[in-house]
Design a protein around this ligand. Structure first.
Ligand SMILES: N[C@@H](CCC(=O)N[C@@H](CS)C(=O)NCC(=O)O)C(=O)O
Length: 228
């Protein structure tokens, strides 16, 4: 059994997508990050950087004691290696997927996160910061669009690279972007939205107090709810 420490944010969705795709048994432990639960000592033992997602695997592949893993990219790599799914075990395709996994971990996710913060969450409006992160998000969307030209998935077969990038492409309007400018990215995005495990992962939002603009957007784009 896997214990997942989670809140329905883009970094949280990356892991529920994998768990749903692989059909693994998991139990969700909500960490209310807006209420400071990520700073509780018990959680810090699992995730010392005070962030979700994190997991504890009670049946690790080496048969040893329960194993805790934090950082969404590390979790995806761990689960892929454990199950043998969604990441080549060796060879070039493994490194192709890993480079895009790390590209999103070092670039797309933190830049999009800062974009979201300065454009939508910060109390003070700082045009320089907003412009910087919106422009850099646009550049990164362009890089991924270019990679997807002539490909169904980011790196060979469907992989943890796709699962990791998707949650930060999904809120493109909130990030000041227009997917019409990125045709290959848009087609890939629709391909991701159509996957039932992705829809199951995002269906979890109904059990959480996800703020309305975000919840409406997820219902419309992923869950196919035309009324919201
Ligand atoms: N690099 C980390 C980022 C995780 C992250 O930023 N998590 C946010 C939610 S999306 C969080 O837990 N924030 C709480 C805090 O910073 O105190 C990962 O990919 O797992």
């Amino acid at each position: 059994m896997i214990d997942l420490y989670y809140w329905p944010t883009p970094n949280g969705h990356k892991v529920t997508i994998f768990l749903e795709e692989a059909g693994l048994d998991y139990s969700v432990h909500p960490v209310r990050i807006s209420e400071g639960e990520q700073f509780e000592p018990a959680f810090l033992k699992i995730s010392p950087n005070n962030k979700i997602p994190a997991l504890v695997d009670h049946e690790p592949a080496d048969g040893g004691e329960a194993l805790a893993v934090f950082e969404s990219a590390a979790i995806l790599e761990y689960l892929a290696d454990k199950t043998g799914c969604f990441l080549a075990r060796e060879g070039r395709l493994r490194y192709e997927a890993l480079q895009w996994l790390h590209w999103q971990g070092a670039g797309l996710s933190p830049i999009a996160g800062q974009n979201f913060h300065f454009a939508r969450a910060a109390e003070e409006r700082i045009p320089y910061a907003i412009d910087r992160f919106v422009d850099e998000t646009r550049r990164l969307f362009g890089v991924l669009d270019h990679q997807l030209e002539g490909r169904d998935w980011i790196a060979g077969d469907y992989s943890i690279a796709d699962m990791a990038c998707y949650p930060w492409i999904l809120p493109w309007e909130m990030l000041g972007q227009d997917l019409d400018e990125f045709p290959a990215l848009e087609v890939w995005f629709q391909r991701m939205c159509a996957r039932p495990p992705v829809q199951r992962a995002y269906g979890r939002i109904e059990d959480y107090p996800v703020p309305e603009p975000m919840a409406r957007m997820i219902r419309r784009k992923v869950l196919g709810n035309t009324e919201s």
